[in-house]
Design a protein around this ligand. Structure first.
Ligand code: HEM
Ligand code: HEM
Length: 192
Protein backbone atom coordinates (compact mmCIF):
# COMPACT_ATOMS: atom_id res chain seq x y z
CA UNK A 1 0.00 0.00 0.00
CA UNK A 2 1.53 3.34 -0.97
CA UNK A 3 1.78 6.23 1.46
CA UNK A 4 -0.03 8.65 -0.84
CA UNK A 5 -3.53 8.21 -2.23
CA UNK A 6 -3.99 8.02 -5.99
CA UNK A 7 -6.99 8.27 -8.33
CA UNK A 8 -7.96 4.64 -7.54
CA UNK A 9 -7.33 4.12 -3.82
CA UNK A 10 -6.69 5.79 -0.47
CA UNK A 11 -3.04 5.76 0.65
CA UNK A 12 -1.77 4.40 3.97
CA UNK A 13 -1.72 7.79 5.71
CA UNK A 14 -5.33 8.64 4.76
CA UNK A 15 -6.52 5.18 5.88
CA UNK A 16 -4.62 5.33 9.18
CA UNK A 17 -6.05 8.80 9.87
CA UNK A 18 -9.57 7.57 9.04
CA UNK A 19 -9.60 4.44 11.22
CA UNK A 20 -7.54 5.70 14.18
CA UNK A 21 -9.76 8.79 14.39
CA UNK A 22 -13.00 6.85 13.88
CA UNK A 23 -12.03 4.55 16.77
CA UNK A 24 -10.91 7.42 19.03
CA UNK A 25 -14.09 9.44 18.37
CA UNK A 26 -16.47 6.52 18.96
CA UNK A 27 -14.63 5.40 22.14
CA UNK A 28 -14.51 8.97 23.46
CA UNK A 29 -18.20 9.54 22.72
CA UNK A 30 -19.25 6.41 24.61
CA UNK A 31 -16.76 7.32 27.35
CA UNK A 32 -18.34 10.81 27.58
CA UNK A 33 -21.85 9.40 27.94
CA UNK A 34 -20.74 6.95 30.66
CA UNK A 35 -18.61 9.41 32.63
CA UNK A 36 -21.37 12.01 33.08
CA UNK A 37 -23.43 9.32 34.85
CA UNK A 38 -20.65 8.56 37.41
CA UNK A 39 -21.07 9.49 41.06
CA UNK A 40 -18.62 12.23 42.17
CA UNK A 41 -15.23 10.72 43.18
CA UNK A 42 -11.49 11.10 42.63
CA UNK A 43 -11.61 8.55 39.83
CA UNK A 44 -14.34 10.61 38.10
CA UNK A 45 -11.82 13.46 37.83
CA UNK A 46 -9.29 11.09 36.21
CA UNK A 47 -11.95 9.74 33.86
CA UNK A 48 -12.91 13.29 32.79
CA UNK A 49 -9.23 14.18 32.31
CA UNK A 50 -8.75 11.18 30.02
CA UNK A 51 -11.86 12.12 28.00
CA UNK A 52 -10.48 15.63 27.51
CA UNK A 53 -6.99 14.38 26.54
CA UNK A 54 -8.36 11.93 23.96
CA UNK A 55 -10.65 14.69 22.64
CA UNK A 56 -7.74 17.13 22.30
CA UNK A 57 -5.79 14.42 20.45
CA UNK A 58 -8.72 14.07 18.05
CA UNK A 59 -8.66 17.84 17.51
CA UNK A 60 -4.91 17.83 16.74
CA UNK A 61 -5.23 14.78 14.46
CA UNK A 62 -8.18 16.43 12.70
CA UNK A 63 -6.07 19.50 11.88
CA UNK A 64 -3.17 17.31 10.69
CA UNK A 65 -5.58 15.21 8.62
CA UNK A 66 -7.04 18.27 6.89
CA UNK A 67 -3.52 19.55 6.16
CA UNK A 68 -2.62 16.12 4.75
CA UNK A 69 -5.78 16.13 2.63
CA UNK A 70 -4.71 19.39 0.99
CA UNK A 71 -1.37 17.81 0.08
CA UNK A 72 -2.54 14.26 -0.76
CA UNK A 73 -4.41 13.14 -3.89
CA UNK A 74 -8.06 12.13 -3.70
CA UNK A 75 -9.51 8.98 -5.30
CA UNK A 76 -12.14 9.61 -7.97
CA UNK A 77 -15.67 8.78 -6.79
CA UNK A 78 -16.99 5.40 -7.90
CA UNK A 79 -19.72 5.80 -10.55
CA UNK A 80 -22.93 6.99 -8.81
CA UNK A 81 -25.82 9.40 -9.52
CA UNK A 82 -24.95 13.08 -9.12
CA UNK A 83 -27.17 13.53 -6.05
CA UNK A 84 -25.30 10.72 -4.26
CA UNK A 85 -21.94 12.31 -5.06
CA UNK A 86 -23.23 15.64 -3.75
CA UNK A 87 -24.59 13.92 -0.62
CA UNK A 88 -21.18 12.25 -0.07
CA UNK A 89 -19.35 15.59 -0.42
CA UNK A 90 -21.72 17.27 2.04
CA UNK A 91 -21.52 14.35 4.52
CA UNK A 92 -17.72 14.30 4.43
CA UNK A 93 -17.54 18.10 4.87
CA UNK A 94 -19.97 17.78 7.80
CA UNK A 95 -17.86 15.03 9.37
CA UNK A 96 -14.70 17.12 9.10
CA UNK A 97 -16.55 20.07 10.66
CA UNK A 98 -17.80 17.94 13.56
CA UNK A 99 -14.36 16.34 14.11
CA UNK A 100 -13.12 19.86 14.94
CA UNK A 101 -16.28 21.41 16.43
CA UNK A 102 -16.94 18.69 19.05
CA UNK A 103 -13.52 18.91 20.78
CA UNK A 104 -13.55 22.72 20.46
CA UNK A 105 -16.99 22.92 22.12
CA UNK A 106 -15.68 20.63 24.91
CA UNK A 107 -12.69 22.93 25.35
CA UNK A 108 -15.06 25.94 25.35
CA UNK A 109 -17.25 24.31 28.03
CA UNK A 110 -14.19 23.45 30.10
CA UNK A 111 -12.92 27.04 29.87
CA UNK A 112 -16.29 28.66 30.67
CA UNK A 113 -16.59 26.32 33.70
CA UNK A 114 -13.19 27.48 34.94
CA UNK A 115 -11.69 23.95 34.97
CA UNK A 116 -7.97 23.49 34.28
CA UNK A 117 -6.98 21.59 31.13
CA UNK A 118 -4.03 19.26 30.60
CA UNK A 119 -3.03 16.90 27.80
CA UNK A 120 -2.26 13.50 29.40
CA UNK A 121 -0.65 15.34 32.37
CA UNK A 122 2.15 16.43 30.00
CA UNK A 123 1.34 20.11 29.56
CA UNK A 124 -1.34 22.70 30.33
CA UNK A 125 -3.57 24.25 27.72
CA UNK A 126 -4.93 27.80 27.99
CA UNK A 127 -8.60 28.64 28.56
CA UNK A 128 -10.53 29.75 25.45
CA UNK A 129 -12.25 32.48 27.49
CA UNK A 130 -13.04 33.69 30.98
CA UNK A 131 -15.19 31.74 33.43
CA UNK A 132 -18.90 32.34 32.74
CA UNK A 133 -21.69 30.15 34.15
CA UNK A 134 -24.28 31.06 31.48
CA UNK A 135 -21.83 30.42 28.64
CA UNK A 136 -20.79 27.15 30.28
CA UNK A 137 -24.39 25.91 30.20
CA UNK A 138 -24.67 26.84 26.50
CA UNK A 139 -21.32 25.26 25.63
CA UNK A 140 -22.27 22.05 27.46
CA UNK A 141 -25.48 21.82 25.39
CA UNK A 142 -23.59 22.59 22.18
CA UNK A 143 -21.04 19.84 23.00
CA UNK A 144 -23.77 17.30 23.64
CA UNK A 145 -26.00 18.25 20.64
CA UNK A 146 -23.03 18.25 18.25
CA UNK A 147 -22.23 14.73 19.42
CA UNK A 148 -25.79 13.55 18.64
CA UNK A 149 -25.59 15.32 15.28
CA UNK A 150 -22.40 13.35 14.62
CA UNK A 151 -24.23 10.10 15.47
CA UNK A 152 -26.92 11.04 12.93
CA UNK A 153 -24.41 11.89 10.18
CA UNK A 154 -22.51 8.67 10.96
CA UNK A 155 -25.66 6.59 10.44
CA UNK A 156 -25.85 8.09 6.91
CA UNK A 157 -22.09 7.71 6.35
CA UNK A 158 -21.90 4.06 7.44
CA UNK A 159 -25.20 3.28 5.70
CA UNK A 160 -23.81 4.71 2.44
CA UNK A 161 -20.55 2.73 2.82
CA UNK A 162 -22.52 -0.52 3.34
CA UNK A 163 -24.84 0.28 0.41
CA UNK A 164 -21.82 0.77 -1.87
CA UNK A 165 -20.36 -2.51 -0.68
CA UNK A 166 -23.38 -4.81 -0.63
CA UNK A 167 -25.80 -3.28 -3.15
CA UNK A 168 -23.61 -1.44 -5.68
CA UNK A 169 -20.76 -3.95 -5.10
CA UNK A 170 -18.16 -1.29 -5.90
CA UNK A 171 -14.80 -0.43 -4.31
CA UNK A 172 -15.83 2.51 -2.10
CA UNK A 173 -15.49 0.58 1.18
CA UNK A 174 -12.67 -1.75 0.06
CA UNK A 175 -10.41 1.13 -0.90
CA UNK A 176 -10.78 2.63 2.60
CA UNK A 177 -10.45 -0.62 4.64
CA UNK A 178 -6.94 -1.13 6.12
CA UNK A 179 -5.85 -4.34 4.36
CA UNK A 180 -8.54 -5.03 1.77
CA UNK A 181 -7.71 -5.20 -1.93
CA UNK A 182 -9.84 -3.65 -4.67
CA UNK A 183 -12.03 -5.94 -6.77
CA UNK A 184 -10.18 -6.10 -10.11
CA UNK A 185 -13.37 -6.05 -12.22
CA UNK A 186 -14.68 -2.96 -10.44
CA UNK A 187 -11.28 -1.31 -10.95
CA UNK A 188 -11.59 -1.84 -14.71
CA UNK A 189 -15.13 -0.45 -14.67
CA UNK A 190 -14.13 2.70 -12.80
CA UNK A 191 -11.09 3.25 -15.06
CA UNK A 192 -13.14 3.01 -18.27
C1 HEM B 1 -13.72 13.26 20.12
C2 HEM B 1 -14.02 14.30 20.84
C3 HEM B 1 -15.12 14.32 21.87
C4 HEM B 1 -16.31 13.62 21.90
C5 HEM B 1 -16.85 12.62 20.87
C6 HEM B 1 -16.98 14.00 23.11
C7 HEM B 1 -18.22 13.54 23.51
C8 HEM B 1 -18.82 13.80 24.73
C9 HEM B 1 -20.08 13.27 25.16
C10 HEM B 1 -20.97 12.32 24.35
C11 HEM B 1 -20.32 13.76 26.39
C12 HEM B 1 -21.55 13.48 27.28
C13 HEM B 1 -22.54 14.60 27.07
C14 HEM B 1 -23.73 14.49 28.01
O1 HEM B 1 -24.48 13.52 27.88
O2 HEM B 1 -23.89 15.40 28.84
C15 HEM B 1 -19.23 14.61 26.76
C16 HEM B 1 -19.10 15.29 27.95
C17 HEM B 1 -18.06 16.13 28.26
N1 HEM B 1 -16.99 16.45 27.46
FE1 HEM B 1 -16.61 15.71 25.63
N2 HEM B 1 -16.22 14.92 23.78
C18 HEM B 1 -15.07 15.13 23.06
C19 HEM B 1 -14.04 16.00 23.37
C20 HEM B 1 -13.96 16.77 24.52
C21 HEM B 1 -12.91 17.72 24.84
C22 HEM B 1 -11.69 18.01 23.95
C23 HEM B 1 -13.20 18.24 26.04
C24 HEM B 1 -12.46 19.30 26.86
C25 HEM B 1 -11.32 19.83 26.55
C26 HEM B 1 -14.43 17.65 26.50
C27 HEM B 1 -15.04 17.92 27.70
C28 HEM B 1 -16.19 17.33 28.15
C29 HEM B 1 -16.73 17.56 29.46
C30 HEM B 1 -16.13 18.45 30.57
C31 HEM B 1 -17.92 16.81 29.53
C32 HEM B 1 -18.87 16.70 30.72
C33 HEM B 1 -20.05 17.61 30.54
C34 HEM B 1 -20.92 17.52 31.77
O3 HEM B 1 -20.42 17.85 32.85
O4 HEM B 1 -22.07 17.12 31.63
N3 HEM B 1 -14.88 16.75 25.54
N4 HEM B 1 -18.32 14.64 25.71
C1 HEM C 1 -16.38 8.44 13.88
C2 HEM C 1 -16.39 7.67 12.80
C3 HEM C 1 -16.07 8.15 11.39
C4 HEM C 1 -15.71 9.38 10.93
C5 HEM C 1 -15.53 10.69 11.74
C6 HEM C 1 -15.51 9.27 9.51
C7 HEM C 1 -15.11 10.32 8.69
C8 HEM C 1 -14.87 10.21 7.34
C9 HEM C 1 -14.48 11.30 6.48
C10 HEM C 1 -14.29 12.75 6.94
C11 HEM C 1 -14.30 10.81 5.23
C12 HEM C 1 -13.92 11.60 3.98
C13 HEM C 1 -12.48 11.39 3.66
C14 HEM C 1 -12.02 12.43 2.66
O1 HEM C 1 -12.71 12.67 1.66
O2 HEM C 1 -10.95 13.03 2.91
C15 HEM C 1 -14.58 9.39 5.29
C16 HEM C 1 -14.49 8.51 4.24
C17 HEM C 1 -14.93 7.21 4.30
N1 HEM C 1 -15.44 6.55 5.39
FE1 HEM C 1 -15.63 7.25 7.23
N2 HEM C 1 -15.77 7.98 9.13
C18 HEM C 1 -16.12 7.26 10.25
C19 HEM C 1 -16.45 5.93 10.30
C20 HEM C 1 -16.59 5.12 9.22
C21 HEM C 1 -17.06 3.75 9.25
C22 HEM C 1 -17.47 3.00 10.53
C23 HEM C 1 -17.05 3.29 7.96
C24 HEM C 1 -17.44 1.96 7.39
C25 HEM C 1 -18.37 1.17 7.77
C26 HEM C 1 -16.55 4.37 7.13
C27 HEM C 1 -16.35 4.29 5.77
C28 HEM C 1 -15.79 5.27 5.00
C29 HEM C 1 -15.47 5.10 3.60
C30 HEM C 1 -15.70 3.84 2.76
C31 HEM C 1 -14.93 6.31 3.15
C32 HEM C 1 -14.40 6.64 1.75
C33 HEM C 1 -15.46 7.29 0.92
C34 HEM C 1 -14.96 7.58 -0.49
O3 HEM C 1 -13.96 7.00 -0.91
O4 HEM C 1 -15.59 8.40 -1.18
N3 HEM C 1 -16.30 5.46 7.94
N4 HEM C 1 -14.94 9.07 6.58
Amino acid sequence: MSVLSNTQRWGAVARIFHWVMALAIIVNGVWGLLMVAMAPSMSKIQVFALHKSIGLTVLALGLLRLAWRLFDHHPAAEPAPRWQQLAATLTHAGLYGLILAIPLSGWWFNSASGYPLQWFKRFNLPALGARNTDLAATAKNVHEYLFWLLVLVLVLHVGAALKHHYLDRDNTLLRMLPFARRKPHAEKESIS
